[in-house]
Structures are given as structure tokens and as C-alpha cells.
Write a protein that binds this ligand. Structure first.
Ligand code: PLP
Length: 407
């Protein structure tokens, strides 16, 4: 039999990733993935694991002992938490105001949970009044919601209040921070959150492959006291705790190079400073917002619920969003995304995450998107868009916090 055709060495095109994830990865993080492999029980690797756990506690703003990266993408982190904490018959309340809340509810149902949903319209956060009523009525064991709903760009406010209400109702909180951790303020301990999971390839700007999870001592006790066996073996956090905890017992081979990459991306977060990083996201994304409006576009998310990590904007009348998205990629090398689910065809989703959250990217995007929209027949003012964005972006005195662009 003939062998397969020999393909050329991989040469991915240069892109500027400004969609809802993945974001651009700092060259230092790619470099970390080039380092020689260690065995997953090598003492040198055990040290790397300790360092990663300590850095993760910093970005989660927690002292939780149970803080680990789960193998897999954000959905694996979500499933590890759900499958490990939801026993068949447990009552689970999930806020559903977008695509990812729906995914959480679907996983909880598959884990055998009795799932109730509080729905808010897509594009709006959950309000504390309806959460309070639902918590009283449903009396759940667990209450899950998304901090930044990537399908709509809505940031959930009042996390601490929601957590308090859940605790009053005797429920533990599970919060999805896949698209906010490391880019938007989140304080696990101050807000008294029980379970938080995230992803690597959004505001942490790390290749997808390992995903952070943290459990409060109360949540960890619930996990360890569980008497029935979770349906997933691979994602069973109680088993993973034996590898990431003191025992360091083999469970599955850790994705070594991804752990290296996460370590480097977290080191970059620590060097910049978490609060400075939140400020940078806010400033750079404000430039984006102001620039889009000055182009003549309508933002799709209310200012009060806007998340710096993702800005959503209405597709102007008469323009085909898919054409604009593919031309932006083909002609300018910039990736953005369209709407998901209920908002398909209605909005553009533009990310400003981690290493991608830089002034130069925003200015490039505003001028490229403006020119393309004009070319596609929309009424936009490209010069006004660029001028407004640069007004905001050159105004920041803390430009030095922006990671430097490699040449
Ligand atoms: C991206 C995302 C996920 C899923 O993460 P994957 O890495 O694609 O598995 C979950 N929740 C939110 C809010 C996300 O933005």
C-alpha cells in the first residue's frame, strides 16, 4: 500500500485573534511549550505543579487549597465540576440567559440532577429578585451561573449578593468564569463563591488544553463526602485531587506542555498585576466600544452589563455578517465572530482578551472593519471611528502595562 502524501511543514497564517476565544498567545507562552518534557511524577514537574497551583490561587483571588488545572478545555472544567458535585436526584438551579448557561444545565441533567432553570432574556443578566424567588421556591443543592456569557457579552453583576442568597437557601454556588478570569474583576474569596471554573484560551491567553478549577473547603468536603460514584472517571475531581494534592498519585498523564504554558501565562499575569490587567482590559475595550460607536454602529449590550472581555455590536442593516467576518479574516487577518444561538446573524462578537487586548489591535480592527462595512454598503464613518478610538487609547497614562508586541 502507498504511504500518505507528505505534507509541508505547518505554516499557520498570521492572525489577530479578536473573537470570543481563543485569544492571541504571548510568544513567551509558546516558548514555554517548547521546553523538554518531564515525566508527570518527576520531582521537577511536581514543583511546576505547585507553582501553577499557587499562581492559580492568585488569579482566582482565593486561598482555596483545592485549586487545580483540569485536563481539557473550559467545557471539561465545567463538566468536571458538574459531574463531581451533582449526584443523581440533587436539585440544581441554573441561570440561563445565554448559550453557556444552557450547556451547564444540560450537563447537570446528564449527571442525573433535577434541573430547574431561571431564564432571563438573552442580552440581560440575571436579576437578584428573580434569583431570590427561584432559590426559595426550588430549594436547590447547587446554584450555577455564568459570570460573562460569551454568547451575549453580558457580565453578571452582584455576584456576591447572588452567592449570599444561595447560601441563605442552603445551596453552593458554581460560577463559570471561562471568558472573564484574568481579564475582568473576579474575587473568589471576597465574594464567598464555592466553586469556580475557567478556561485557558480566553483572558489568560494560553493555548487551550488545561482549565482552572477551584473549590472552597465546603465544596471540597461535599465532594469528598459523596458516597455514590460519579459517572465520569476521567473528570472525577476527587480522583484528580489525589494527583494534584499531597499524595501525587498517578491518575492520568498530565498534559505536561500545556501545564508549562499555563505556568508561563500565569507568570505574565502576576508580572503585570491582576488589577492592572483588569484596568488594561477596561481601557483597551473602551477604545473599541467608543470606536465602534463613532463608526456609526449600535452596541448590543447595555453599558451597565458590558464586559471588557467581549463587546457585541449589531450588524448594520443590509450587511451580511458572514461575508464581513470572512473578508476580515482573509483580507486583514483579523478574527471576530458572529452571534450564537438566538443571536445568530444579529450581532458581531469582538473579543479583547489577554494578549489580544492591545491598543494597536483595536485601532487596526476599527479601521479594517470600518472599511469593509463601507465596502459592503453600510453607512459608516471610518475616520471618526479611528479618531475616537485613538482618543481613548492614547489617553491612557498606563500604556506601559500593555504587553509589548514582538517584532
Ligand atoms: C468558551 C466558553 C466555554 C467553553 O469553553 P471551551 O474551552 O470552548 O470548552 C464555557 N463557558 C464560557 C462562558 C465560555 O466563554
Amino acid at each position: 500500500m502507498q504511504g500518505p502524501p507528505v505534507v509541508d511543514e505547518l505554516q499557520p497564517p498570521n492572525r489577530t485573534l479578536m473573537g470570543p476565544g481563543p485569544s492571541d498567545v504571548h510568544p513567551r507562552v509558546l516558548g514555554a511549550m517548547n521546553k523538554p518534557l518531564l515525566g508527570h511524577l518527576d520531582t521537577a514537574f511536581l514543583e511546576v505543579m505547585d507553582e501553577v497551583q499557587e499562581l492559580l490561587r492568585y488569579v482566582f483571588q482565593t486561598s482555596n487549597e483545592f485549586t487545580i488545572p483540569v485536563s481539557g478545555t473550559g467545557s471539561a472544567a465545567m463538566e468536571s465540576v458538574i459531574t463531581s458535585l451533582v449526584s443523581p436526584g440533587d436539585v440544581v438551579l441554573i441561570a440561563e440567559n445565554g448559550y453557556f448557561g444552557d450547556r451547564m444545565a444540560e450537563m447537570a441533567a446528564r449527571a442525573g440532577g433535577e434541573v430547574s432553570r431561571i431564564s432571563a432574556p438573552w442580552g440581560e443578566p440575571l436579576d437578584t429578585g428573580s434569583a431570590e424567588r427561584a432559590l426559595k421556591q426550588v430549594d436547590p443543592d447547587l446554584f450555577g451561573f455564568v459570570h460573562m456569557e460569551t454568547s451575549t457579552g453580558v457580565l453578571q453583576p452582584e455576584v456576591a449578593t447572588l452567592t449570599e442568597l444561595a447560601h441563605e437557601a442552603g445551596a453552593l454556588t458554581i460560577i463559570d468564569t471561562v471568558a472573564s478570569l484574568g481579564g475582568v474583576e473576579f474575587r473568589t474569596d471576597d465574594w464567598d463563591v464555592d466553586v469556580v471554573y475557567s478556561g485557558a484560551q480566553k483572558c489568560l491567553s494560553c493555548p487551550p488544553g488545561v482549565s482552572p478549577v477551584t473549590l472552597s473547603d465546603t465544596a471540597r468536603d461535599r465532594l469528598l463526602d459523596r458516597t455514590d460514584t460519579p459517572r465520569s472517571w476521567y473528570l472525577d475531581l476527587a480522583l484528580l485531587a489525589e494527583y494534584w494534592g499531597d499524595e501525587r498519585t498517578y491518575h492520568h498523564t498530565a498534559p505536561i506542555s500545556n501545564v508549562y504554558a499555563l505556568r508561563e501565562s500565569l507568570r505574565i499575569v502576576a508580572e503585570e498585576g491582576l488589577e492592572q490587567r483588569w484596568e488594561r482590559h477596561e481601557r483597551v475595550a473602551s477604545g473599541l466600544q467608543v470606536g465602534l460607536e463613532a463608526l456609526g454602529l449600535d452596541l448590543a449590550t447595555d453599558e451597565a452589563h458590558w464586559s471588557p472581555s467581549l463587546t457585541t455590536v449589531h450588524v448594520p442593516d443590509g450587511v451580511d455578517p458572514d461575508t464581513v467576518i470572512s473578508r476580515l479574516l482573509a483580507e486583514y487577518g483579523i478574527e471576530i465572530a458572529g452571534g450564537l444561538g438566538n443571536l445568530a446573524g444579529e450581532i458581531f462578537r469582538i473579543g479583547c482578551m489577554g494578549y489580544s487586548a492591545r491598543s494597536a489591535n483595536v485601532l487596526h480592527l476599527i479601521s479594517a472593519l470600518g472599511q469593509l462595512l463601507a465596502d459592503e454598503g453600510a453607512k459608516v464613518d471610518v475616520d471618526a471611528g479611528v479618531a475616537a478610538a485613538s482618543g481613548v487609547l492614547s489617553d491612557g497614562s498606563d500604556q506601559t502595562h500593555e504587553p509589548s508586541v514582538p517584532m
